[in-house]
Design a protein around this ligand. Structure first.
Ligand code: PMP
Length: 425
């Protein structure tokens, strides 16, 4: 049976949507499968249009820290919906969400809401360039910060210093302003960090090459380098913000960035991003200052309501210890299935990745050595076993508060069957 309705939808989608999807990774090209269409989600599970149910570890790529459709978020959105969806004028919810973000993030004195993580990083870098009067930025190979031109630069093998665009359509003149360093390698940053650089932007826990934790001293070292050279430090906590702790990873590592980008969890599954930081910097934004940035739907009432309800749940019942325990249980279960040479599980809190064929991943080059063929077979076998993983070796699996111990144990058994069936160790 199987995927009749999904197949029909996919063929229709391909006629009218480029590649049949509105965001590339949804097409499952990396794992050689035909994407399945999702009909609904509840708690830790989703159901596809053909009626199959899966334990979900994508979690909409990070926002759904409480799982799918938690009652509190649904109620908040429904209540707001009745009063109108958007006004293009200020509403009280925006103030409350900004207050919550400033309350929880010690480094954020003032914050601007936008509609996506891409807008947040792009705007934060414009602000950093304005504040420093410099044009170049440093990013890390394997870190993703959305699809703005200057950030779609990763450096292929060998190109460690010159920005090389990852996408056609990015002008080389723009890409040249992006310098690419190696994650967890301070020397590679020091070699690039001079008085032409406006900002270093970094995922404090990398989640877009699979999960790669920062090694001891890496983030503090970035802070020192930035201070020494008058560069601003931008933490992209679009994934890690409110997921690893209420104050983001910066609260855990004790390093204070100048600017922070947020998204995902603060929108509770609706489109929200945010960037914030020191008041003197944020005060440069229009209309207070000369740096322009705007948005018709910025601070959208429905998205803000979903975000506020999500943060209220985090405040009422802090889930971080529980998430740590559940994700550690999943990690231990997977490790018990794998021979040490078969791969490794890297995890920070409720973010984890199973890398095949490598023993440790500290940077993008390490990640690229992983066995993607094997991951693809494993991914497809997991689907057959009712487990929905991110469709790429280089992504983060997200555990939510909706995943019970029984769900985790069911997942481990299913992964064990998948490993035996299609990705033998
Ligand atoms: N920064 C990081 C760290 C991300 O993971 C993402 C998206 N996965 C973005 C920025 C871009 O966010 P969005 O897709 O909402 O534009």
């Amino acid at each position: 049976m199987p995927n009749e309705i999904s197949e029909r939808l996919r063929r229709s989608a391909e006629q009218v949507i480029p590649g049949g999807v509105n965001s590339p990774v949804r097409a499952w090209n990396a794992v050689g499968g035909a994407t399945r269409f999702v009909k609904s989600g509840s708690g830790a599970r989703i159901t596809d249009v053909d009626g199959r149910s899966y334990l979900d570890y994508v979690g909409s790529w990070g926002p759904l820290i409480h799982g799918h459709a938690p009652r509190e978020v649904r109620d908040a959105v429904s209540a707001t919906l009745a009063s109108g969806t958007s006004f293009g004028a200020s509403t009280s919810g925006e103030v409350s969400l900004a207050q919550k973000i400033c309350e929880f993030f010690a480094s954020i004195e003032s914050v601007r809401l936008v509609s996506s993580g891409t807008e947040a990083t792009m705007s934060a870098l414009r602000l950093a360039r304005a504040a420093t009067g410099r044009s170049s930025i440093i990013k890390f190979a394997g870190c993703y910060h959305g699809h703005a031109d200057g950030l779609l630069v990763r450096a292929g093998s060998g190109a460690t210093t010159l920005g090389v665009p990852d996408s056609l359509g990015v002008p080389p003149e723009v890409a040249r302003l992006t310098r690419v360093a190696r994650y967890n390698d301070l020397d590679s940053v020091a070699a690039l960090c001079d008085d032409a650089v406006a900002a270093i932007i970094v995922e404090p826990v990398a989640g877009n090459m699979g999960v790669v934790p920062p090694v001891d001293g890496f983030l503090a070292g970035l802070r020192r380098l930035a201070d020494r050279t008058g560069v601003l430090l931008v933490f992209d906590e679009v994934i890690s913000g409110f997921r690893l702790s209420r104050g983001g990873y910066q609260e855990i590592c004790g390093v204070t960035p100048d600017l922070t980008c947020l998204g995902k969890v603060i929108g509770g599954g609706l489109p929200v991003g945010a960037y914030g930081g020191r008041a003197d910097l944020m005060g440069m934004l229009a209309p207070a200052g000369p740096v322009y940035q705007a948005g018709t739907l910025s601070g959208n009432p429905l998205a803000v309501a979903a975000g506020l309800a999500t943060l209220a749940l985090l405040e009422r019942d802090p889930p971080y210890e529980r998430l740590e325990r559940s994700a550690a249980r999943l990690q231990a279960g997977i490790e018990s299935l794998l021979a040490p040479s078969a791969g490794c599980v890297q995890r920070v809190g409720s973010m984890l990745t199973l890398f095949f064929g490598v023993r440790e991943v500290r940077c993008y080059e390490d990640a690229l050595a992983a066995d993607t063929e094997r991951f693809a077979r494993f991914f497809r076998a997991c689907l057959d076993e009712g487990v929905w993983l991110p469709p790429s070796q280089f992504e983060t699996w997200f555990v939510s508060t909706a995943h019970t111990d029984a769900d985790i144990d069911e997942t481990i058994e299913a992964l064990g069957r998948a490993l035996r069936a299609r990705a033998p160790i």
